[in-house]
Design a protein around this ligand. Structure first.
Ligand code: ASP
Length: 319
């Protein structure tokens, strides 16, 4: 089995700096290199000694500005490193804002059997008590754990699966939740207390997705937008988007996938015109139960940001 752990840096608050150690909000994300983030950490004690680490700076951005170009680069580098027998796992440092999207994108595209562990911070590296160093140590502990696999997210001592994880708090250190699915594990003193199985697909990269990865850089990403069902949702936005040439629409629904009747009527017209439609619930816990008479398809268990990624990948795969 491989011994190396690759750490890919993409920026975020974990690499952020502020003018004052007391400033937790007025900082600039993506300032320090990933090598700097490792510099002060104890080399041993978490199963991932310094000589086992390979560091690569892939991007340096505030993850609110994440885009397809970085995703393509990230997917290609992760796939490359995972294909090497000497590599045991990949750790990715990332901003918290779109962490769940990147995690789900890598999960849905790569379905890795080796661990791909994303980690982050809610406080900048210059804070009096930053959370990034501990999150990094915990992520390395997960990466080095025998039996770990698939795409996971480590934050504030908890390990979440890519499909379930969601940022649920704008400020506190434990900003992520997996809703009622719960965490996969906790990291305590560098050791894992596992609660449920790892989300890896033992078959590795699915055939269709392998081909998609190969042509991802040259493929035009389809235009997929999110509309919301809410009081007074009358389908105006759907008609405007169809007129503008949208290829896919995710509808962020109320409750168990329910959609305002006027919005639903507009979505059915859009579908008849060839636009792909997918429902995702606005609820932060649970998953949509599909019914035999549902007019619109659903993405049970995915939030709307992830359902959008699922739809984009589906459209790209079939193009
Ligand atoms: N805006 C930052 C980012 O997503 C927030 C963070 O990392 O906590 O990069």
């Amino acid at each position: 089995m491989g011994q190396k752990i690759v750490i890919l840096g993409t920026g975020g608050t974990i690499a952020g700096t502020a003018a004052s150690p007391m400033d937790h909000t007025g900082y600039t994300a993506g300032q320090l290199g990933v090598a700097d983030l490792l510099a002060g950490l104890p080399a041993a004690g978490n199963g991932a000694d310094a000589d086992r680490l390979i560091v690569e700076q892939l991007a340096q951005l505030d993850s609110k500005d994440m885009g397809f170009e970085v995703w393509v680069k990230l997917a290609q580098r992760v796939a490359h490193h995972l294909s090497l027998s000497e590599v045991q796992a990949v750790v990715i440092t990332h901003g918290t804002d779109t962490l769940e999207e990147t995690a789900y994108f890598l999960h849905a595209l790569l379905m890795p059997s080796k661990p791909v562990v994303l980690t982050c911070a809610m406080r900048p590296a210059t804070a009096l008590a930053p959370d990034g160093p501990q999150n990094m140590m915990d992520a390395l502990a997960v990466a080095a754990s025998p039996g770990a696999g698939g795409v996971s997210v480590v934050c504030a001592g908890a390990v979440f699966g890519a499909e379930d994880v969601q940022k649920t708090h704008p400020y506190r250190l434990n900003a992520f939740s997996a809703g009622d699915a719960g965490p996969i594990a906790y990291v305590e003193e560098g050791r894992l207390r596992q609660l449920r199985p790892w989300p890896h697909a033992s078959t590795g990269l699915l055939e269709g997705r392998a081909a998609l990865l190969g042509r991802l850089a040259d493929t035009r990403w389809p235009r997929v937008e999110v509309v919301m069902s809410h009081a007074g949702a009358d389908g105006w936005a759907v008609r405007a988007l169809v007129e503008a040439g949208v290829q896919g629409l995710v509808v962020s629904t109320t409750g168990n996938g329910t959609v305002h009747r006027d919005l639903e009527a507009a979505l059915l017209v859009a579908m008849a015109q060839g636009v792909k439609v997918l429902r995702a619930t606005r609820c932060t816990e649970g998953r949509i139960f599909e019914g035999a008479n549902d007019a619109l398809p659903a993405a049970p268990g995915l939030n709307s940001a992830k359902a959008r990624i699922a739809l984009m990948l589906e459209l790209m795969q079939s193009s």
